[in-house]
Design a protein around this ligand. Structure first.
Ligand SMILES: *Cc1c(COP(=O)(O)O)cnc(C)c1O
Length: 380
């Protein structure tokens, strides 16, 4: 996709905020824990490579991505740290992973058997065994499977280095911790049955690190928290309070590219769903659903200059319109998403408005929007 560098619409990323968030996470663990920053999905929309570099500068020991292509991109950009892929990859990719020193997750014996048919005799793949303690996504189901895995791995030591054993929690962001505790006990049962001592035991995502701080191995996988957002952020339930402040790093800004006054008989946008009761100033902003700015944002208020103005008419693919109280100048700054968590157009407010989570809003911002990096708190 083409990055639209010539239009006035951009994702602003405050790398200093990300570094601060990394440092706060690292400091929150009093024992030796290696923080791996999760940079999948284009660094949660912030831009994978600049974010990865900032995270590592701030003291993270490694990175996690969802798929091998993301890991290869990091390597191609000269990033040398340990990289763990979190999703199951085709077993035929095992040799490629070895070539680029990328660690892969494994969730069943069959995958290991297949991988041995692809690996050359000189190649050893770093693997992390996934345990499905209750997420229902990937991994070994229970402790009874471990002896068989262990004997296979013992017989194939030249092909596999067992670098990690891990699980993932489904409800770490919720106030009721009964299912969380169920998962902990299931994971511990597997861990206790497993005699090959991997370098890393890990189960911590951002929510676990923030809300279940005493439950961690010696490695943690932190995503949303590094971007300064509270993982407990459901549109339908009350959020858990953060134990310490995090600084959101992303804002989405644009400007008015067209301003005009419409008469009452004229509608605005597809379907002419908005009609003014009297003459009305309308501004046009060059951002649309092809940028990840959902059609469901109709009615939401974005900040034009110092005023919050409602989106009127349907959001188009590349543009949307707002109702203005006066004839603002073309070029007036518009903040669609604020990096201030207390503003009515924070990313969480945007997500709540369209009944989703902020994760989806930020990683849905498409590559067409240019990313602009700052190193200090941006003033709006
Ligand atoms: C995405 C992901 C994470 C990071 O989750 P956050 O909630 O963003 O911290 C950690 N572990 C796994 C397995 C993941 O898929």
């Amino acid at each position: 996709m083409i990055i639209a560098t010539n239009r006035h619409a951009q994702v602003n990323v405050n790398l200093e905020a990300i570094k601060q968030n990394v440092k706060r996470q690292i400091e929150s663990f009093n024992t030796d824990v290696d923080v791996f920053g999760v940079v999948k999905a284009n660094g949660y929309g912030h831009g994978m490579v600049p974010v990865a570099q900032a995270i590592l500068q701030a003291g993270a020991k490694g990175l996690c991505v969802a798929m091998i292509d993301e890991a290869l991109e990091l390597r191609q950009q000269g990033i040398l740290c340990p990289i763990l892929v979190l999703g199951i990859q085709d077993s035929s990719l095992a040799p490629l992973a070895v070539e680029y020193d990328i660690s892969l997750p494994v969730g069943n014996l069959n995958w290991l058997k297949q991988a041995t048919t692809y690996l050359k005799s000189t190649q050893q793949l770093k693997i992390h065994l996934a345990v499905d303690s209750g997420m229902g996504r990937i991994g070994f189901m229970d402790a009874s499977q471990m002896p068989e895995i262990e004997s296979f791995l013992t017989n194939h030591q030249t092909a596999f280095e067992v670098e990690g054993l891990f699980t993932h929690f489904a409800t770490a962001d919720e106030a009721d911790d009964s299912y969380f505790n169920y998962q902990v006990s299931r994971f511990n049962a597997v861990k206790d049955k497993f005699n090959l001592k991997p370098k890393y035991i890990h189960m911590t995502n951002s929510a676990t690190s923030l809300f279940h701080h005493n439950i961690h191995g010696n490695m943690v996988r932190i995503g949303i928290g590094l971007y300064g957002l509270n993982p407990s952020s459901s549109p339908s339930a009350k959020d858990l309070d953060l134990p310490y402040d995090l600084s959101p790093a992303l804002s989405l800004t644009s400007e008015l590219v067209f301003v005009k006054e419409i008469t009452p008989e004229m509608g605005v946008s597809y379907g002419a769903t908005y009609k003014a009761e009297k003459s009305q100033w309308i501004g046009t902003i060059p951002v649309g659903y092809a940028d990840g700015w959902s059609r469901k944002m109709q009615g939401f208020k974005v900040k034009v200059g110092d005023e919050y103005c409602p989106i009127v008419g349907r959001v188009c693919m590349d543009q949307f319109m707002v109702k203005l109280s006066k004839p603002y100048d073309v070029g007036t700054r518009v903040t669609l998403i604020s990096d201030n968590p207390n503003e009515p157009n924070s990313v969480t407010a945007v997500a709540n408005y369209i009944d989703t989570i902020h994760y989806e809003v930020i990683c849905g911002l498409t590559p067409r929007l240019k990313r602009v990096y700052h190193n200090s708190i941006e003033s709006e």
